[in-house]
Write a protein that binds this ligand. Structure first.
Ligand code: PHB
Length: 381
C-alpha cells in the first residue's frame, strides 16, 4: 500500500492552519438563488458536505454585475449575497472546515444580456474572444449558450473603480467569515485578459511590457491585502492555459513574473490551474519547478491529479497542496476515500451546471454507502 503521509500532513496557509493538503478546487455550479444571485441553504449543504478538504476554494463569484459572464453564478456585491455567503461559511465552519471565496470579474467573457442596461462587456482592449461562449437567459426566459460579444476598452478611472470593487468584495468576504479570498487571475477572465499578449493591446501603462500587463492584477492584490491582510490572500493563475482564447505565447514567462511579484508581497498562496479540461499542453516538470522557485509560500497545483500523483508532487517539494475539482464534486468525503484507498464515485457532467440537489448534494459518502450496506445486511438477516 502506498503511503499518503504527505497529503495528510498539516499545512499553514497564510493566517489559516489546515489539517491536510487536499483542497477542493473552485467549480462553477450555477445554482445561486434567484433573483439576485444569492447563495442558498442548498449551497451551504453542498459546501458543508465537503468540509474535510484542507481548504475549500469556492466557485468563482462575481464582484459586480459587470463581472458576471454566466447566469446563476453567485455574487459578493450586495448585502443579500453577503448574508447568503455567511450561512455557507457558518455551515462549513460548523462541519469543521475552512473556505476561501474566489473573487471573479469575467471581463470580456460576457454578453449584453448579462450587463446592466444591455451594455457591451468590458475588457483590456476591444477584442472579442474567439470560440468562447457564455451562458445567458434569453428575453423569452430560455437559458442558452451564446458566443461572447466584443468588449469595450476599460478606461483608467474604470480600472481604479474595479480595483476598489475587488477590495470591497474582499471585505465583504471577510465580514461573511471566509478564512481567505482567492483572486481569480486565471482561465481567460478579466485579470488574465490584461496579462495576455493578444487580448491586451493597450498602449498605456496597463499594456505592453510585462510589468505593465501585470499592473492591474498586482494593484488588485495590493488593494485586497490592504483590506483584509496579505496573509488572507491567494491568487490563481493558469500558465499555458488557452481557455477563452488566451494565447500560450509568453504565458509561462508572465506567470513566473507574477509569481515572483506575489512572493515579494508575501501573500498566503499561489494556486496554479494546469491546462486540463480546457485544453492546452500540460505543464512540464521543469515548468512546475520554475514556479516553485519563483514562489516560496504555499503553492498549489490543480488539474487531473490522482492521489498518488498528488502525494508524489508534495513529497518532491514541488507542491505544498493539490486541488481536486471533479473528484471532490462527486466525492464529498474525498480525503477519507484517499486515506482508505476506497473506490470513487464518478462525476455526472449532465448535472455540473444548474439544477438542484441532483448531482450536487446527493453524491454518497462512504458512511452513507456503509449504512446502506448495513441496512441491506440487516434486511437479509
Ligand atoms: C466556467 O464557469 O466555465 C468557469 C468559471 C471559472 C473558471 C473556469 C471556468 O476558472
Amino acid at each position: 500500500m502506498s503511503s499518503r503521509s504527505h497529503l495528510f500532513s498539516p499545512l499553514t496557509v497564510g493566517a489559516v492552519p489546515t489539517p491536510n493538503r487536499i483542497w477542493m478546487a473552485p467549480l462553477t455550479r450555477s445554482r445561486a438563488g434567484q433573483p439576485g444571485d444569492v447563495p442558498t441553504e442548498l449551497n451551504a449543504r453542498y459546501y458543508a458536505q465537503r468540509a474535510s478538504a484542507g481548504l475549500i476554494v469556492s466557485e468563482a463569484t462575481q464582484i459586480s454585475r459587470e463581472g458576471q459572464g454566466y447566469a446563476w453564478t453567485p455574487g459578493i456585491y450586495t448585502d443579500a449575497q453577503e448574508a447568503g455567503w455567511r450561512r455557507v461559511v457558518e455551515a462549513v465552519h460548523h462541519a469543521g472546515g475552512r473556505i476561501a471565496l474566489q473573487l471573479w470579474h469575467v471581463g470580456r467573457v460576457s454578453h449584453p444580456l448579462l450587463q446592466e442596461g444591455g451594455q457591451p462587456p468590458v475588457g483590456a482592449s476591444p477584442i472579442r474572444a474567439e470560440k468562447t461562449e457564455c451562458f445567458v437567459v434569453l428575453p423569452d426566459g430560455t437559458p442558452a449558450q451564446v458566443p461572447v460579444e466584443a468588449p469595450r476598452e476599460l478606461s483608467q478611472p474604470e480600472i481604479r473603480r474595479i480595483v476598489g470593487e475587488y477590495a470591497a468584495a474582499a471585505l465583504r468576504a471577510r465580514r461573511a467569515g471566509f478564512d481567505l479570498v482567492e483572486i481569480h487571475g486565471a482561465n481567460g477572465y478579466l485579470l488574465n485578459q490584461f496579462l495576455d499578449l493578444r487580448a491586451n493591446q493597450r498602449r498605456d501603462e496597463y499594456g505592453g511590457s510585462l510589468p505593465n500587463r501585470a499592473r492591474f492584477l498586482l494593484e488588485v492584490v495590493d488593494a485586497a491585502a490592504e483590506a483584509v491582510g496579505r496573509e488572507r490572500i491567494g491568487v490563481r493563475l493558469s500558465p499555458n492555459g488557452v481557455f477563452s482564447d488566451m494565447s500560450v505565447e509568453g504565458s509561462l514567462e508572465t506567470s513566473l513574473y507574477v509569481a515572483a511579484e506575489l512572493d515579494r508581497r508575501k501573500i498566503a498562496y499561489l494556486h496554479i490551474a494546469e491546462p486540463d479540461w480546457a485544453g492546452g499542453s500540460p505543464l512540464t516538470e521543469e515548468e512546475r519547478g520554475a514556479l516553485r522557485r519563483a514562489f516560496s509560500a504555499v503553492l498549489t497545483f490543480c488539474g487531473n491529479y490522482t492521489a498518488a500523483r498528488a502525494e508524489a508532487a508534495i513529497a518532491a517539494g514541488v507542491a505544498d497542496a493539490i486541488a481536486f475539482g471533479k473528484l471532490f464534486l462527486a466525492n464529498p468525503d474525498l480525503p477519507e476515500r484517499f486515506r482508505r484507498q476506497a473506490p470513487l464515485n464518478a462525476p455526472d457532467p449532465s448535472t455540473f451546471y444548474g439544477g438542484g440537489e441532483k448531482g450536487y448534494t446527493d453524491y454518497p459518502s462512504l458512511d452513507a454507502v456503509g449504512r446502506e450496506a448495513q441496512r441491506g445486511a440487516n434486511i437479509r438477516k
